[in-house]
Design a protein around this ligand. Structure first.
Ligand code: ADP
Ligand code: C5P
Ligand code: MG
Length: 209
């Protein structure tokens, strides 16, 4: 097997990264694809109490265990399996169970800060930035965090204003300059997804020529 292709999908919270990653996955049913979420690589916080974990700033590059993420990406790119951590947003921590991921032809890495680390950027074959207006992103986040991540409206608003928004302006928005492709609005942008899927097919066929 030749080296797999690594696609990076960055963008602000609620921009539609996870949805874009799933759409690409579903549009290439004949391919062997793994999706890695940077969220699963938040640092292990088992040494802290729940009340302490709530106070962590999850929108800072130092919140992520990029060492483990890079080790796992390099292993997959070299054709080795990994045990991927799982993250539970409602307890602000990794859970004990991991998921075995066998080597794949395509790896999609998605997360808010994946373009912030030069070592991660250098591993990527295609870099995407999902670009969605801040008002749309916060509305999506309020709905999702209450429905899926066990949050209250007050908690989402407070976190957004204190850490999420400043970090977006400081660490995420400037990373757009590293993207090969900018996708407006996220997961239901069918034209952009189709273009991405054609590009991935072309990169794969070039590799096997
Ligand atoms: P991210 O991973 O970037 O935070 P998600 O993919 O989880 O974003 O999307 C956040 C929410 O917005 C989800 O509920 C998702 O279904 C919805 N969503 C994503 N893309 C779109 C879109 N283009 N139009 C409307 N809703 C969308
Ligand atoms: O899917 P999305 O890109 O929104 O995930 C990243 C967001 O998850 C970050 O903006 C961070 O604030 C949030 N997060 C959280 N609680 C955690 C871990 C991450 O609210 N325990
Ligand atoms: Mg997501």
């Amino acid at each position: 097997m030749s080296r797999p292709i690594l696609i990076g999908i960055a963008g602000g919270t609620g921009s539609g990264k996870s949805t874009v990653a799933r759409a690409i996955f579903e549009s290439l049913p004949e391919k062997n694809i793994a999706i890695l979420q940077q969220d699963a690589y938040y640092k292990d916080q088992s040494n802290l109490s729940f009340d302490e974990r709530v106070k962590t700033n999850y929108d800072h590059p130092l919140a992520f265990d990029n060492e483990l993420l890079i080790d796992h990406l390099k292993a997959l790119l070299d054709g080795h399996a990994i045990e991927q951590p799982q993250y539970d947003f409602s307890i602000h921590n990794r859970i004990k169970e991991t998921i075995p991921i066998e080597p794949k032809d395509i790896i999609i890495l998605e997360g808010i800060m994946i373009l912030e680390d030069r070592r991660l950027r250098e591993l990527m074959d295609i870099k995407i930035f999902v670009d969605t207006d801040a008002d749309v992103r916060i509305i999506r986040r309020i709905v999702r965090d209450i429905e899926e991540r066990g949050r209250t409206l007050d908690a989402v608003i407070k976190q957004y204003l204190t850490t999420v928004k400043p970090a977006h302006d400081q660490f995420i928005e400037p990373m757009k300059k590293y993207a090969d492709l900018i996708i407006p609005e996220g997961g239901y942008n069918k034209v952009a997804i189709d273009i991405m899927v054609s590009k991935v097919r072309q990169v794969i066929s070039d590799k096997y020529q």
